[in-house]
Design a protein around this ligand. Structure first.
Ligand code: NAD
Length: 321
């Protein structure tokens, strides 16, 4: 069995590899070659932790396994990341344990890759202004991946906690792009692409604020009850997601579906656009919305890529198991 420790991941897999892995697995999900197993998520009654598994199988790449992970709110006080993830891969031909891979950085890379895939396939080609809603841990990964998809000339940002906005400014500066903090009216009026990556339980961006032709990637809502944009905006947009079942129950579309203004049939798989079986954006004026709920197959795809790279670069630990 191979072990790829968390500390090796940064030196192994970058945005380009994560992007390819995620784009390929979204395509495989849509063609029926890959599917996610039901998600397990439990409040374990200890350390205030939420713990669970995301798992699946991709017959095209033979990635089989699970991501075990969760949220330990007290970790920061111990100098640890609150979100903790580990990916376990199995040999699809024998069922034997194949690899254990540190999953913390991989989670950020695969989540950023998902919105970047949506921008590649759905944003207007002439998009110039990138809007960021959210300034937490994931936001910097999101921004770095997004700017590789279009010739963005400016970043604008908004966050519920303004004291965190310096992260967006610093990341934009690292990318050599001008940055400005704006209110939500300006966000909607000026941004060609908007990424939301917050842990909000109330709508932040409203339908009346967003202009024609915008692409929105809603990446923060991954649990029942969370919400980043109002249901009317969801109903106005042409909808895409990683997995329709998750989008309608734990993703950004959950509220519009629950209130009956959007039906599951109106939510399209991004994989269908990648495979060319859905046209994606069909006009310059359309608002497109990608609901990135986060699926186990994304984790397996990037972990498999990390294992291949670790073996190639000689940093994989081999263990008799
Ligand atoms: P973080 O704790 O570092 O940052 C949280 C962000 O949410 C900050 O911008 C904060 O200001 C904002 N926020 C907190 N409370 C808010 C409120 N009441 N209203 C509006 N905004 C609020 O978290 P992170 O690691 O950056 O993750 C952000 C979100 O992304 C989380 O909800 C996380 O669960 C989600 N996430 C989704 C995926 C996916 O695949 N879709 C993957 C990883 C993380």
């Amino acid at each position: 069995m191979i072990i790829v420790p968390e500390k090796e991941i940064a030196g192994l897999i970058g945005r380009a590899e994560a992007f390819d892995a995620v784009e390929n697995v979204f395509a495989a999900m849509s063609s029926g070659a890959a599917y996610n197993f039901p998600v397990i998520r439990e409040a374990i009654g200890h350390a205030d932790a939420l713990y669970g598994f995301k798992s699946g199988f991709d017959r095209s790449s033979l990635a089989l396994g699970l991501k075990s992970g969760g949220y330990w709110p007290g970790n920061a006080d111990k100098g640890l990341t609150n979100h903790q993830s580990t990916v376990f891969l199995f040999d699809a031909d024998t069922g034997q344990a194949k690899a254990v891979v540190g999953g913390n950085l991989l989670t950020a890379l695969r989540t950023a890759a998902a919105s970047a895939v949506s921008i590649k396939h759905l944003a207007r080609k002439d998009a110039k202004v990138l809007g960021m809603i959210g300034a937490g841990h994931q936001s910097a990964f999101q921004m770095r991946a997004a700017v590789e998809q279009r010739n963005f000339e400016k970043i604008i940002g908004w966050n519920f906690h303004p004291e965190m906005l310096s992260r967006l400014e610093e990341t934009a500066s690292e990318l050599g792009l001008p940055y400005e903090s704006v209110d939500l009216d300006r966000m909607g009026a000026e941004a060609d692409v908007i990424i939301s990556i917050t842990s909000s339980f109330d709508p932040i961006l409203m339908a009346g604020q967003v202009t024609e032709g915008t692409h929105i990637a809603c990446m923060g809502t991954d649990t029942k009850g969370k919400q980043e944009v109002d249901a009317e905006l969801v109903a106005t947009a042409t909808l895409f997601t990683d997995e329709v079942a998750q989008s309608a129950t734990i993703g950004e579309c959950q509220h519009a579906v629950a209130s009956g203004i959007v039906s599951r049939d109106n939510i399209n798989e991004i994989g269908a656009v990648i495979n060319g079986t859905h046209p994606g954006r069909t006009s310059e004026s359309e608002i497109t919305l990608f609901d990135g709920t986060g699926v186990g197959l994304q984790d397996l795809a990037v972990a498999s890529a990390a294992v291949d790279l670790a073996v190639r670069k000689g940093v994989a630990l081999q263990v008799d198991f």
